[in-house]
Design a protein around this ligand. Structure first.
Ligand SMILES: [Zn+2]
Length: 480
């Protein structure tokens, strides 16, 4: 029993995470090393994430398509910068139908190359632009050290790939999708993220500019939760994506790509979870409300179930994702713990006394114990629950923002920076020299997470490492 117990976050954050993913039925290990099996509860969360993102993609003019998983090896050799960054992570198919293949095929680590190839066929004139395509799927990267949802060989994601006639349009697209990701993270997942630009060292191989949303987990490590890249004409040159512009001259397209993966599930778990288990953000929760009927005798049961069934119907009709826990042979206490572990935002308890009083007990997951409990009338319950779900979202977001902000420091010396980075992030002036960035990494294992877009103080300061003049402040932190 003891080894099955969930450790507290303070005891062992990494073990708390690993055990919680398994115990809450989110995912399991696969017989293939480094791969994961996403269980229905975890997959439903991912489906809700997909829905929130897909709606936003379509609102911003994008369409979905599907590109093949197998990509000719030669495609990866066309873009040297790209293949250098990826080569060790590639999984290669050498045989098919019992025969050695003439050309090995790569299981896509990302679809840039095959999409670039297709775009070169599809795009002929400025009238064909912009192309705004997204794909939902999985990719494979031969990762050596893996953890469920955070880093697995195969993971699920979406990858958007767009082509434009001008640099300005493509840059706007890059930022637009960064905004979409931030909006989703904050307003659906209640995960406060910081939007920023990656340094040259940290940017995606082959990109002119990489942007990111960075979130702080409860162990104060950063989780890169989504990225949006501007490629300039690099990929268009490599894949010959040309168009006739309005003056009838041939020009290379400007392209972007952007992706968000099942890593976001890890972000949700590590931003909100507590020592009792998951705390699901209401807008994404697979189950938003669980009803636990409480009774002892058959007579009580028939009275309680009548109300419980009606409450279930009312909530379902009102659009709440509701579950009735009418399991026999387990105590209400067991059910409470079980749903707490799974992080269901609101629990409705209905017992014989509630039937008499025309009330129910509501327990909110984000505030454990008595403090999070209230007794409310059955009348208008659907509205009450919907309001409560909304409250929970905002209080989870507020708590996460406060936690993050309390752990971002502004050290005044390099020595202080090193101390700060042992247990938090630093927001510091940086001169732009990769050598200063590298020194921080060497001394502290922290990396430049991003150059935040919204919180630059303006003006100049002195680089936290070398003391030279600096015109930007950078967030440094240890990352997943
Ligand atoms: Zn410097």
């Amino acid at each position: 029993m003891a080894e099955d117990k969930l450790p507290t976050r303070a005891e062992d954050f990494a073990e708390w995470y690993n055990k919680l993913v398994l115990k809450a039925d989110m995912a399991d290990y696969s017989p293939v090393r480094g791969c994961m099996v996403v269980k229905p509860y975890g997959w439903t969360l991912w489906e809700n994430m997909q829905a929130g993102l897909d709606r936003r993609f379509k609102e911003t003019g994008h369409v979905n398509a599907a590109f093949p998983m197998l990509i000719p090896m030669s495609f990866f050799e066309k873009e040297k910068e790209h293949v250098e960054g990826f080569a060790p992570e590639l999984a290669v198919v050498t045989h098919g139908g019992g025969q050695k293949l003439e050309e090995p095929l790569v299981v896509r680590p990302t679809s840039e190359t095959i999409i670039g190839y297709m775009y070169s066929k599809w795009i002929k004139s400025y009238r064909d632009l912009p192309v705004l395509i997204n794909q939902w799927g999985s990719v494979l990267r031969w990762e050596m050290r893996t953890r469920l949802f955070l880093r697995t060989a195969e993971f699920y994601w979406q990858e958007g790939h767009t082509a434009h006639a001008t640099e300005q349009e493509a840059r706007e697209e890059t930022y637009r999708m960064l905004d979409v990701y931030a909006d989703f993270a904050i307003n659906d997942a209640a995960v406060p993220v910081i939007k920023g630009v990656k340094t040259e060292t940290e940017k995606f191989a082959g990109a002119v500019m990489s942007t990111t949303i960075e979130a702080m987990m409860q162990d104060k490590r950063a989780l890169q939760s989504g990225t949006s890249h501007y490629f300039g004409q690099n990929f268009a040159r490599a894949f010959d994506i040309k168009f006739l512009n309005q003056s009838n001259a041939l020009e290379y397209c400007y392209t972007t790509s952007w992706g968000l993966s099942t890593r976001m599930i890890g972000a949700v778990i590590m931003t909100h979870g507590d020592d009792q288990g998951l705390v699901m953000p209401p807008k994404l929760a697979p189950i938003q409300t669980v009803i636990v009927p409480i009774y002892k005798s058959d007579l009580e049961k028939s009275k309680v179930m009548e109300i419980a069934d009606r409450v279930f119907f009312d909530l379902k009709t009102a659009g709440v994702r509701v579950k009735m826990d009418d399991r026999e042979g387990v105590t209400p206490g067991f059910k409470f713990n079980d749903w707490e572990l799974r992080g269901v935002p609101v629990r409705v308890e209905i017992g014989p006394k509630d039937v008499e009083k025309g009330s129910v007990a509501l327990a909110r997951r984000d505030i454990p114990g008595r403090e999070g409990k209230s007794f409310v009338p059955q009348l208008g319950l659907a509205e009450t629950v919907k309001n409560l779900l909304n409250d929970i979202h905002h209080s989870m977001l507020k708590r996460a923002i406060e936690y993050r902000d309390a752990n971002i420091h502004d050290p005044s010396t390099y020595e202080e920076l090193k101390e700060v980075l042992a247990g938090g992030w630093a927001f510091s002036w940086w001169c732009g020299d990769p050598a200063c960035e590298a020194k921080i990494k060497e001394d502290t294992k922290a990396t430049a997470r991003c150059i935040p877009l919204d919180t630059q103080p303006g003006g100049t300061g002195t680089c936290i490492v070398c003391g030279r003049e600096a015109d930007k402040k950078v967030l440094f932190g240890k990352a997943y």
